[in-house]
Write a protein that binds this ligand. Structure first.
Ligand code: TA6
Length: 297
C-alpha cells in the first residue's frame, strides 16, 4: 500500500487500485474507491476548505448527535458536535492490528487521526470543557473500509457523549435501493415528529424524505441493495444504533451545499452510531466503536 499525505489530506492506495482519501478537516473520509468505483456520495458544492462540515463522505459526529439538548452538558455545541468541523492531526500509519481488517501487508493499511482538547477552537472548548482524546483509525483493506473511533476521558470527571459516522453512500438510483437488516427494530421517525415506530417490513425503500433513528438493533449488518443486488454491507462494531436519512426533494433544495439539487436520487445515508441516550465515560476510561463497510461491486 502507499500513503501520500499533503497539507490537508491523506490518500492511501492499495496495489489493487482501491483508494481512500481523508481530509484532516473533520478527519472526513471524502472518497473510498473499490474495484474502480466510488462508494461514497459527495456533494459537488461540498466545502472542503474547512469553512463548514463536508456535505458527503463520512463526517464524524461527536460528542452529540443532532441538535444537543439545551439542558445537557453538550447544549452549547453546534448540531452534530465539534469533531466534524475541527482540524485533526494526521498521526501516520498505525501498525496495530486494532481492527478486524488487519493492517499491514499488501492487503490493508491503517491511518490514524487524532483530536484532543487543546486542538479545539476556544469556542468549542468553552462550550464543552471536558478533557478528552480521540483517535480515528481509517483502515483500507481489500475487502472493505473500516473506520473506528476511540474516545478516551483524559480528565478527572466523567462525561457523557454520543457518536455516529454520518456516511453518505452513493447509489445509482435511490428509488431502486433497498435497505435490509433493520426489520422489527424500533425507530424514532424524525419526519413524523420523532414518533416511535417499529420497522415491520424487513426491507426499507426510499420514496420520500426519510430520517429515522433505529435503536438497539439486533443484527449487526445492514445491507444496501440496488435493483435487488447486494451492493454494500455496513457492519456495526460496538454500536447499537443506525440512522437512515434521505433529504428528498425539498430538503435537498434547502441545503446550499447539497448539489446537484437532484443528488438525493444518488445517495442514501446509513449512519452507525451510539445515539440512543448517552454513553457515560469515567476518568481514564476508553470507548471504541465504528464500522466495517464491504462493497460487493
Ligand atoms: O443524520 C440525519 C440528520 O440528523 C438529519 O436530520 C439532517 O439534519 C442531517 O443529519 C444533516 O445534518 P447537517 O447538520 O449535516 O446538515
Amino acid at each position: 500500500p502507499s500513503v501520500h499525505s499533503e497539507r490537508d489530506r491523506v490518500i492511501a492506495t492499495l496495489p489493487t487500485g482501491d483508494s481512500v482519501e481523508v481530509l484532516t478537516y473533520g478527519a472526513t473520509v471524502v472518497s473510498w474507491k473499490s474495484n474502480g468505483k466510488e462508494n461514497l456520495w459527495l456533494s459537488s458544492a461540498a466545502k472542503l476548505d474547512g469553512s463548514k462540515p463536508v456535505r458527503g463522505g463520512i463526517p464524524v459526529v461527536f460528542p452529540c448527535f443532532g441538535p444537543p439538548p439545551k439542558d445537557h452538558a453538550t447544549g452549547k455545541l453546534p448540531q452534530h458536535g465539534f469533531a466534524r468541523n475541527s482540524t485533526w492531526e494526521y498521526m501516520g500509519k498505525s501498525s496495530s492490528e486494532s481492527g478486524k481488517l488487519a493492517s499491514g501487508g499488501d492487503d490493508a493499511v491503517t491511518m490514524d487521526f487524532g483530536l484532543s482538547t487543546q486542538q479545539l477552537s476556544d469556542e468549542a472548548r468553552q462550550a464543552w470543557s471536558y478533557k478528552f482524546d480521540l483517535i480515528y483509525s481509517v483502515t483500507l483493506g481489500r475487502d472493505g473500509l473500516q473506520t473506528m473511533l476511540r474516545v478516551q476521558n483524559k480528565g478527572s470527571e466523567s462525561f457523557e457523549f454520543q457518536m455516529l459516522l454520518h456516511t453518505y453512500f452513493k447509489v445509482d438510483n435511490v428509488s431502486k435501493t433497498q435497505i435490509n437488516g433493520l426489520g422489527s427494530t424500533s425507530y424514532s421517525d424524525k419526519v413524523l415528529n420523532a414518533s416511535e415506530q417499529t420497522q415491520t417490513d424487513p426491507t426499507i425503500r426510499i420514496n420520500g424524505e426519510v430520517d429515522r433513528v433505529y435503536k438497539s438493533i439486533k443484527q449487526n449488518t445492514t445491507s444496501i441493495l440496488q435493483d435487488g443486488q447486494p451492493q454494500l454491507d455496513v457492519i456495526r462494531d460496538n454500536l447499537e444504533d443506525t440512522v437512515v436519512w434521505n433529504p428528498w426533494i425539498e430538503k435537498a433544495k434547502s441545503m446550499a451545499d447539497f448539489e446537484p439539487n437532484d443528488g438525493y436520487k444518488n445517495m442514501v445515508c446509513v449512519e452507525v452510531g451510539a445515539v440512543n441516550g448517552w454513553q457515560k465515560l469515567d476518568p481514564g476510561d476508553t470507548f471504541e466503536g465504528g464500522q466495517i463497510v464491504k462493497s460487493h461491486l
